[in-house]
Design a protein around this ligand. Structure first.
Ligand code: C2E
Ligand code: MG
Ligand code: MG
Length: 868
């Protein structure tokens, strides 16, 4: 120590002070001193001498050592105070030390003094230093605690030996909604507040920390006192005691809910974007509705991480909802809801009803509103469900429903993305709809929903394969509706469509396999009958009640429409070994039936040779027209009341130079097919009129002459002019009738009627030929410009034996008369028929009984009465 030690003596004896100084100096100390022996002097010296140490006697005349000590402790406790005295009892010594003295040295043992002084000074200095450090520490502590108080984070400390939190910052009030004391007094509370799902992970992490990791940094959910769930971040570190043993764990907790929400939201949005792109690529790839919707649900689970995804569609016609696709852990529990909705769409499940009615995105807790009990699910599902409508051209066609996992909610951005996604799905469904429609159009007849020719051909091939394998026969029936065209024309196309649809429905009902029937086009239908034994069985079957499905009249707007159907049949394997040839042959049998005026014809192999022949005949007919090989024969009509000929029917014959006389049934259809009938018909009109005029001019009392008119003629634009032209040859007394078959009239109703009116206005009479076969009602006929009904031969033949036929004939006659029409019976062959007809007041009869059709010459003779 370079500076002198400043010593303040409290001593009444100078010598004693000197002795002590000497003793100190002896050890090499430099000493400055002052000596006082009264209290005021002592106080003054403390003030201005500023001693490093006080050496005090114990008892003095004017002062007292203990009092000095008290003053020193009060005024300068940092200055060491040593007693140096002659006598000091043990008791006093202890008191002195207790009161703050540093040491005591006996005057008799001054040799100890320097060491005692040195030590006291060192100790005092130490004390001062320590106090400074303590002050420093206290300041730091205060600062820290104010920081901790102000912190949003909760700092905590856990004592390992006590197994409890010894400290947690006041932020616990905000973070946990609990006072720090609660944690410190309830050792298990920290564990209790952890959300159930996260408890296990947190406890394990804590165990790992104690077992060796030494620290953790963990995010997990806690449940606040008010039940709110928050995310916290908890960072902790193991603190060891001096001996290295773990003493406590210190940590800090921060509420990271907002950050977690943001992070989750970003990851959800990312997921939804990924979902979108996966769905879009599925849309591009998959062209089949159900497959696509199923795939979308899978993607929603795998990529979108939704809990459940489902697609519901609404059937437009019935309004029923169908669960088309569903995926997810809790799937399969929706069927009940769908059923309930279908049972009562208005009051059914609220969310579903709202979603399907509004066409808007609907967010809500589906199952909560119905309660788990209603669904029999056992556990309540609290997850949020969003329903995104699938809309095609403003029609709600269904909805995509997504259940978010873990009580997540859908935010605006997510909803926007998902709405975009559903719009894409809707668009895809629309495209698929177009495609399906195109496919449908390719295979089905739109009007009737029956298979079309393409599909039927396919099905027929399959059926033939089966028949072939099983060694059975299959009958293919092709038929057409005779009056379709006339229904369209008389009642409008709607009526025609309605009839076709109804007919198709009846046809479908024939078989439980809808693929066994088809509409081949227009008025043409097909039906396959598998496993038949042969022609005879087919004919029997087709005669059965159920195959006469077309006979029940069709209703359209209060009208009853009757149908006539004509059919052609081909048999597998006899008439064709594959679908194409079988269809072709059945159709050619139908054509044959049409031409022959038959209702049902079986294909026969020589029909093909007939085709070749037909071509030949056509050529020959062409020649016949050019060479005027046609002639008219005349069949008389007898008036039953007056027993005289009142009419002649002109019937066409072809005098084929090679064959002789050919009847009209062999060539009229060919004339019609080739259009030659127009020319021949024109000729017949003129010929009949001309012949009658010739008879008249020859003085013969010629009756009226009736000429048959074909449908093609009636349809021809020139028809009225043709009649006019013919009449130019007739002279004054026209006497011309036109015979038009009932079915022909029905086929051309509008045009036909107008033309017939025009014709009748020229004093030409109109007769309906073959009446009774066309299913037209008499009341309908009454509106037509008709003079005569000719009852078809089929009713006359056998009418005397068959009461049903008699009653038909009776009805026709009486109703015809009521409508002021003349009634002619065709094909009268027997007296019995003739007599019955007379009884029934039929006006005229025509038939072999009276006369066969006769040549012009023979007729002339008949009229002259030469023969009779
Ligand atoms: P349609 O107008 O009903 O003529 C009556 C047919 O019945 C005639 O046959 C006639 O010979 C036949 N017939 C008359 N009485 C009897 C009988 O007692 N028993 C039987 N089994 N048959 C009888 P045809 O001459 O062979 O004529 C057949 C059909 O050809 C006619 O039926 C008519 O629809 C058509 N046709 C005849 N001439 C012409 C014509 O000039 N133009 C047109 N477009 N068609 C004609
Ligand atoms: Mg006729
Ligand atoms: Mg007839």
């Amino acid at each position: 120590m370079s500076e002198a030690l400043r010593v303040l003596f409290v001593e009444d004896v100078q010598v004693d002070a000197d002795l002590e100084i000497r003793e100190l100096r002896r050890t090499g100390m430099k000493v400055d001193y002052r000596r006082v022996e009264t209290e005021p002097a002592f106080l003054e010296a403390i003030g201005d001498f500023k001693p490093d140490i006080i050496l005090s006697d114990f008892s003095m005349p004017a002062f007292d050592g203990m009092a000095a000590l008290g003053i020193a402790q009060a005024n300068c406790p940092h200055i060491p105070f040593l007693f140096v005295s002659g006598t000091l009892g043990e008791e006093y010594a202890i008191r002195a030390l207790q009161k703050g003295a540093s040491d005591y040295v006996l005057k008799t043992n001054l040799i100890r003094l320097p060491a005692a002084v040195t030590r006291a000074i060192a100790e005092a200095k130490d004390k001062v230093d320590r106090r400074a450090v303590q002050g420093e520490l206290e300041r730091a502590r205060q600062q820290l605690s104010s920081i901790v108080e102000a912190l949003d984070d909760a700092v905590w400390s856990w004592a390992i030996d006590e197994q409890r939190l010894t400290y947690i910052g006041p932020a616990s009030r905000v973070i946990f909604g609990r006072d720090p004391e609660e944690f410190c007094t309830q050792p298990d509370l920290w564990r209790q507040v952890i959300a159930d799902d996260d408890k296990k992970a947190v406890v394990e992490t804590w165990r790992d920390l104690l077992a060796g990791t030494g620290s953790f940094d963990l995010e997990y959910r806690i449940v606040k006192a008010d039940g709110e769930i928050r995310w916290i971040n908890n960072r902790a570190r193991l603190i060891a005691a001096k001996d290295g043993a773990p003493a406590r764990v210190d940590g800090i907790i921060r509420d990271v809910s907002d950050r977690m929400a943001a992070r989750q939201r970003i990851s959800r949005l990312t997921r939804i974007r990924a979902l979108s792109s996966a769905v879009n690529s599925a849309i591009v790839r998959l062209r089949e509705r159900k497959l696509l919707l199923e795939r979308i649900c899978e993607i929603a689970i795998d990529v979108g991480k939704f809990d459940v995804a489902r697609v519901l569609t609404i059937d437009k016609a019935s309004g029923r909802v169908e669960l088309v696709a569903e995926t997810g852990a809790r799937s399969g529990k929706f069927a009940g809801i769908v059923a309930r909705y279908n049972a009562n769409p208005e009051g059914g499940d609220r969310l579903l009803s709202r979603a399907l009615k509004s066409g808007q995105t609907v967010i809500g807790d589906t199952l909560d509103t119905n309660g788990p009990a209603a669904d029999g699910l056992g556990e309540p599902l609290r997850s949020t469900t969003a329903s995104f409508p699938l809309v095609i051209k403003e029609n709600i066609v269904g909805t995509l429903m997504l259940n978010a996992a873990d009580n997540q909610v859908f935010d605006q951005e997510e909803i926007r993305l998902l709405e975009e996604l559903t719009a894409n799905i809707s668009f895809a469904l629309e495209l698929i709809g177009h495609q399906e429609r195109i496919d449908y159009l390719a295979y089905y007849d739109v009007l009737t929903g029956l298979s079309n020719r393409t599909l039927f051909n396919d099905r027929l091939s399959q059926a033939l394969t089966v028949s072939n394998r099983e060694g059975t026969m299959l009958a293919l029936v092709v038929f057409n509706v005779v009056q379709l065209r006339s229904i369209n024309e008389s009642f409008g196309e709607l009526a025609g469509d309605a009839v076709l649809r109804e007919l198709s429905a009846r046809l479908k009902a024939l078989s439980n396999d809808p693929a066994s029937v088809a509409r081949l086009g227009g008025d043409r239908f097909a039906l396959m009958i598998p496993a038949v034994k042969g022609l005879k069985e087919v004919a029997q079957q087709l005669a059965e009640e159920r195959f006469r499905f077309y006979e029940t009249p069709f209703n359209f707007e209060d009208r009853e429409i009757s149908l006539m159907v004509r059919g052609g049949v081909a048999l597998f394997p006899n008439d064709g070994s594959d679908a194409d040839s079988l269809l072709h042959n059945a159709e050619s049998a139908l054509d044959q039936a049409r031409k022959a005026g038959e209702t049902l014809l079986f294909y026969s192999a020589d029909a093909n040779t007939r085709v070749a022949e037909r071509r030949k005949v056509e050529n020959r007919l062409q020649m016949a027209v050019e060479n005027q090989e046609f002639e008219l024969h005349y069949q008389p009509k007898l008036d039953l009341h007056h027993r005289k000929f009142v009419g002649l029917e002109a019937l066409l014959r072809w005098r084929d130079p090679d064959v002789g006389l050919v009847p009209p049934s062999d060539f009229i259809y060919l004339l019609e097919d080739t259009g030659l009938i127009l020319e021949v018909g024109r000729w017949a009109l003129k010929e009949a009129v001309t012949v009658r005029r010739a008879w008249k001019e020859a003085g013969i009392d010629a009756p009226r002459v009736a000429v048959n008119v074909s449908a093609l003629q009636l349809r021809d634009r020139r028809f009225i002019r043709d009649v006019e032209d013919a009449l130019a040859f007739s002279g004054e007394d026209i006497g011309l009738d036109l015979e038009i078959t009932e079915s022909m009239l029905m086929e051309n109703i509008h045009e036909g009627v107008t033309k017939l009116r025009a014709v009748r206005d020229m004093d030409v009479h109109i007769a309906i030929d073959d009446f009774g076969t066309g299913y037209s009602s008499l009341s309908y006929i009454s509106t037509l410009p008709v003079n005569t009904l000719k009852i078809d031969r089929s009713f006359i033949s056998g009418m005397t034996e068959d009461p049903a036929k008699t009653s038909i004939v009776t009805t026709i006659i009486s109703l015809g008369h009521a409508l002021r029409m003349e009634i002619v019976a065709e094909g009268v062959e027997t007296d019995a028929q003739s007599q019955l007809l007379r009884l029934l007041h039929c006006d005229q009869i025509q038939g072999y009984l009276i006369s066969r059709p006769l040549s012009r010459e023979a007729t002339t003779m008949l009229l002259r009465g030469d023969k009779k």
